[in-house]
Ligand binder design. Structure first.
Ligand code: NAD
Length: 282
């Protein structure tokens, strides 16, 4: 991962444009195969990190995209430029996913722009690490749950009004839901909820032939990390994995392509573990 000491940022969401070293969002040799040609995808948190990797992989596979982000215009514009460089459209939708009215409006904007919505990637997230349980404030806990899981409900609810047979929803959960995280008790609880949400929504939507799956990343080099962890934890970030390194967003994007494409036509209610080799159950 980092070849030099990485810079800490003091505000969440972090800014990818200010990261040093910069994350890799797509591998230079990535070979697209038109797997999402003619599709339209909405990716929350699509401006940076894992969401940016998903957005750019989807565009490379032929999809038009929309990205939701809180306020990081500089990252959103970079992502838009990269999508347009490959001849696809990218709608930027700025706002707060904690508000259900915003989530509804974001989906309606997508439908108005593109006339269809085939893929929803629920991915926006936040975390506030605390060393002890007693340090988690009610306010921070509520903000974490509103952002990380309530919003996934709001977007799924709004998107389903437009989704049809063959369409799909993908949620970003986390390895912390499976192996625990002593300093992210509230965050890892939201990720456990996302895994359960994925499973129950998948069985519910099976009759409509809409697939629902999730990806559980391990440690990945993104703005979330440099904007929330302590300097010493940033420096050793990812070294505890079997592969002894953090992943790059470019190593996550292809999993989201697989789950969104017809290659995954017999897969629903499942979680793909892209985590550097940590063996987890479920
Ligand atoms: P990131 O900082 O690049 O992405 C977080 C995104 O969430 C940003 O685009 C931000 O705009 C958006 N966001 C946060 N709060 C918002 C709000 N209130 N309204 C609208 N948008 C909001 O970091 P990332 O690591 O790519 O995170 C993406 C997802 O991956 C998150 O769900 C995170 O929990 C998950 N994840 C990350 C890691 C990791 O190691 N980086 C590991 C497991 C899971």
């Amino acid at each position: 991962m980092a070849t030099k000491v990485p810079k800490k940022q003091n505000k969440q969401p972090g800014i990818e444009a200010e990261m040093d070293p910069r994350p890799e969002y797509i591998k230079p040799g990535y070979k697209a195969a038109g797997k999402l040609m003619g599709k339209v995808a909405l990716i929350t948190g699509g401006d940076s990190g894992i969401g940016r990797a998903v957005t750019i992989h989807y565009a490379r596979e032929g999809a038009d995209v929309g990205i939701v982000y809180l306020n990081e215009d500089v990252d959103a514009l970079e992502t838009l430029k990269e999508v347009e460089r490959f001849g696809r459209k990218c709608l930027l939708i700025k706002g707060d996913v904690k508000k259900s009215s915003f989530c509804k409006k974001a989906v309606e904007k997508m439908f108005k722009e593109f006339g269809q919505l085939n893929i929803l990637v629920n991915n926006a997230g936040m975390q506030i690490p605390e060393d002890e349980m007693e340090q988690i404030s009610d306010k921070n806990m509520e903000e974490t749950f509103r952002t990380n899981i309530f919003a996934y409900f709001y977007f799924a609810d709004a998107a389903l009004k437009h989704m049809q047979e063959g369409d799909t929803i993908i949620n970003t959960t986390s390895v912390t839901a499976y192996r625990s995280s002593p300093h992210l008790i509230d965050y890892s609880s939201t990720k456990g909820a996302i895994t359960s949400f994925t499973r129950s929504l998948a069985t519910n939507l099976s009759k409509r032939k809409i697939r629902v799956n999730a990806v559980a990343p391990g440690p990945v080099w993104t703005p979330l990390i440099v904007s929330t962890f302590k300097k010493e934890d940033i420096e050793k970030f990812g070294t505890q994995t079997t592969m002894e390194r953090a992943g790059q967003p470019s190593e996550l994007g292809p999993a989201y392509v697989f789950l969104a494409s017809d290659d995954a036509s017999f897969i629903t209610g499942q979680v793909l573990h892209v985590n550097g080799g940590e063996v987890v159950n479920g």
